[in-house]
Write a protein that binds this ligand. Structure first.
Ligand SMILES: [Zn+2]
Length: 281
């Protein structure tokens, strides 16, 4: 089991899964069958095996594109799996992917979270780096913003602007309990009238109402799990992108109308800062 007590006793150790776990489904973008196996690893780092089986160390440098999902080493839509791994403290594992995409499952991080909890995690000897924000830093693009402020733990505030309905905001301290209850179940979402445009671009081919919350004319077409499910899901995407830091993060991360590109820009700023001017440690 993922143990909060164990994590508190031993907060700065890399952790791995106790046993292998496998998830099988359809890629939300490719529409094709795909599979991911999460295997225990005794060395720090997440190792991704896809394509020709050559291992790629997961990290910010391995990101290839951010169009509608984060694509790393030829594998699309890594962010929900990475969010679940990161919050569970799993920073040592081998991820073996078939089909070029992580399965969408129900569109949320919950199936990954539940699978990791089912097999449990255990610490390695190796220490996990801590990234502690001691002065505010931010990245912005017009009215979009991603900021990291000093905070004793990990807190996320996410504001999402929606068409035809009021903006939504989620704000919470992230730990295993709040992630499981408040964030992990929140699904991928999209606007009904954007689907055709995405299909024309070869995206969202596996999207359906079984894995996507659909917004249409200011209302939800299928039943939401939370009234503010879009904001909660964006917070999951943010955590999945920050997971590429590999470190434990102490910060209050504030995102306004952001997306994968801005999440990753903040992560790069955090990573760069940690080595350059000493404001993070
Ligand atoms: Zn997502």
């Amino acid at each position: 089991m993922v143990s909060r007590a164990a994590a508190l006793e031993d907060p700065l150790r890399h952790r791995t899964v106790v046993r292998p776990v496998e998830l099988v489904g359809v890629g939300v973008h490719t529409g094709e069958p795909c599979r991911v196996r999460i295997l225990p690893r005794q060395l720090p780092g997440l190792l991704l095996r896809a394509r020709d089986g050559q291992p790629v160390e997961l990290g910010l440098a391995a990101v290839e594109s951010t169009e509608r999902s984060t694509c790393v080493a030829g594998v699309m839509t890594v962010e929900h799996l990475l969010a679940a791994l990161w919050v569970a403290g799993v920073t040592a594992a081998e991820l073996v992917v078939e089909g070029g995409e992580i399965p969408a499952m129900d569109g949320s991080a919950l199936p990954f979270w539940s699978a990791i909890r089912r097999v449990g995690t255990q610490p390695l000897e190796a220490e996990r780096p801590l990234l502690e924000v001691t002065e505010p830093l931010w990245v912005r693009d017009g009215g979009r913003l991603c900021a990291a402020l000093p905070c004793p733990g990990l807190r996320v505030t996410y504001v999402v602007r929606l068409r035809d309905r009021p903006a939504q905001a989620v704000d919470l301290e992230v730990d295993e309990q709040t992630f499981e209850r408040e964030l992990a179940p929140a699904r991928t979402w999209g606007y009904a009238d954007e689907a055709e445009d995405l299909w024309d671009r070869g995206l969202a081919l596996g999207a359906s109402e079984s894995n996507t919350l659909v917004l249409e004319g200011g209302a939800y077409r299928n039943r939401p799990r939370y009234e503010d499910e879009p904001a909660r899901h964006k917070a999951v995407d943010l955590l999945g992108d920050l997971a590429l830091l590999g470190a434990q993060l102490r910060a209050h991360v504030v995102a306004v109308a952001a997306g994968h590109e801005l999440h990753l820009a903040l992560a790069r700023a955090l990573a760069g800062q940690s080595g350059s001017d000493g404001r993070c440690r």
